[in-house]
Design a protein around this ligand. Structure first.
Ligand code: ZN
Length: 100
């Protein structure tokens, strides 16, 4: 079961899941964790949150997405995006929040 990367609530199967796609900064790579959920550190929040690393041949990866944060609501997505834009050492591009 997925957890919201912002509020950490479990996202039940029947509930909509929002995704926030990101591109990693230069030199950041999680190729060993492709297709898996890893904990990624957020310096500005002093915590780690779950992130899905896109698999090499996946549609998302081919569209330039390196990682996806799962979120329970658009509200959490907006807060997450605000935080990620401060994490410049890890992310160089934060894309739109989309319904998955
Ligand atoms: Zn949430």
């Amino acid at each position: 079961m997925l957890r919201c990367a912002w509020c950490m609530k479990k996202i039940r199967d029947e509930k909509p899941v929002f995704g926030l796609s990101v591109k990693f900064a230069e030199g950041i790579e999680y190729s060993e964790s492709e297709g898996m959920i890893i904990q990624i550190g957020l310096h500005s929040r002093n915590t780690s949150v779950p992130m899905i690393v896109t698999a090499r041949e996946s549609k998302a990866k081919l569209q330039g997405t390196d990682g996806i944060f799962a979120l329970c609501s658009e509200k959490c997505g907006v807060k997450m995006r605000d935080t990620l834009t401060k994490e410049l050492s890890t992310f160089r591009e934060i894309k739109d929040i989309s319904l998955q």
